[in-house]
Design a protein around this ligand. Structure first.
Ligand SMILES: [Zn+2]
Length: 364
């Protein structure tokens, strides 16, 4: 705790020089992902035929009440109010293919480990072709940040899926990863962390390898308040797993709740003296899902057409308020890592592969 506090004070002292050097305001970066959440729902809201089909949804009247509306603009705002009331006004959204604005994976697999590797390293790796718990041979941008002056020990990751300690290679990288069913550990646990530690084993997760996002979010929030990391990665997982289960109702409720979590993170960041006006959120997904709702929505991967289509959103002090970007363009998943580093005035490179370019329209 003392070492952390010292690092925190030193960091505050270093910041003015850092900001002058880069000319940008961003001093803190949050990379956030919503596993397998489709661009179709982000830009168009809930799909009626799925809400009304008892195979995919149960209380269809309740769902209609929550998410139905006459236009796509109203529907998406009902589903993701933080995205459409705050990010769309103060930040940017990419990936609405209905207007020709595209974002895609470069990897050919279109499932999680290859996607997270691409987001976090800046390149796709043809050797990563399964979701197995194999320590990543590649160095992620999180590990790289953790080696940069002023960032050491100030990078952390939280995920709902228990493969993240391997994707980020927690052991080699030194980046603490709280994922799967891990609890908070340490000597200075807050009341809320103690409560989450007690509650997590009492609330059964529907899945064996993924916990409910409320735990991931709760642990991340407590860590944020205590340690003020400069780079934070959070991976929410429910959207993908509820989709695999064929539960469109749960998928929608989960998306709605994740939107609330992001709003809570943003509101906290804007109220906290360390983060206020100095923090950029870069938000995306590891892969899409099948385009055809009833036939292919549940799955993703090579045989699911369209599941390489992703989206991106960004908000922060250096991002022009373009809102929903409607120009025809093509973004790639491998651009996230270098773009995130650029916000912090750093030029991220990998020794192994050429990484995707900075998305220059995201910053002034
Ligand atoms: Zn999946």
């Amino acid at each position: 705790m003392k070492a952390n506090f010292l690092a925190f004070v030193l960091c505050l002292l270093q910041l003015p020089a850092f900001t002058q050097e880069t000319g940008r305001q961003t001093e803190h970066l949050f990379i956030i992902t919503l596993d397998g959440f489709r661009w179709q729902e982000l830009f168009g809201g809930a799909v009626d035929s799925m809400m009304n089909d008892l195979e995919f949804s149960r209380d269809t009247a309740a769902l209609q009440n929550l998410f139905a509306a006459p236009t796509p603009e109203e529907r998406r705002e009902k589903l993701m109010p933080f995205f459409w009331n705050t990010i769309a006004r103060q930040g940017q959204l990419y990936g609405n293919r209905w207007v020709g604005n595209k974002a895609n994976c470069t990897n050919i697999f279109w499932f999680s480990y290859p996607g997270y590797n691409e987001i976090l390293t800046g390149y796709s790796d043809p050797d990563i072709r399964s979701n197995d718990k194999v320590p990543n041979a590649n160095v992620t941008v999180l590990e790289w940040f953790n080696q940069q002056p002023g960032f050491e020990g100030r990078v952390a990751a939280f995920g709902s899926w228990d493969v993240f300690p391997y994707i980020i290679n927690e052991e080699r990288s030194g980046v603490p990863v709280n994922a799967g069913f891990e609890t908070a550990s340490g000597e200075d646990l807050t009341q809320k962390e103690l409560f989450l530690n007690e509650l997590q084993p009492q609330v059964p997760s529907p899945w064996s390898s993924v916990r409910l996002d409320a735990f991931t979010h709760g642990y991340a929030m407590e860590y944020l308040k205590k340690y003020h990391p400069r780079v934070l990665y959070i991976s929410y997982g429910e959207t993908d797993d509820f989709a695999h289960d064929g539960r469109y109702d749960h998928y929608l409720m989960s998306a709605r709740q994740t939107d609330r979590f992001l709003e809570e993170l943003w509101t906290f960041a804007q109220s906290d003296p360390v983060y206020r006006g100095k923090t950029t959120f870069l938000i995306t997904t590891d892969h899409g899902r099948g385009e055809s709702p009833k036939a292919q929505w549940k799955g993703h991967g090579k045989t699911y057409i369209g599941s390489n289509a992703i989206w991106m959103a960004v908000i922060g002090p250096d991002t022009p308020a373009l809102g929903e970007v409607k120009t025809e363009m093509q973004l790639w998943q491998n651009q996230v890592a270098k773009t995130g580093a650029a916000f912090l005035g750093l030029d991220y490179k990998s020794r192994k592969e050429e990484v995707g370019k900075v998305i220059t329209s995201m910053m002034k």
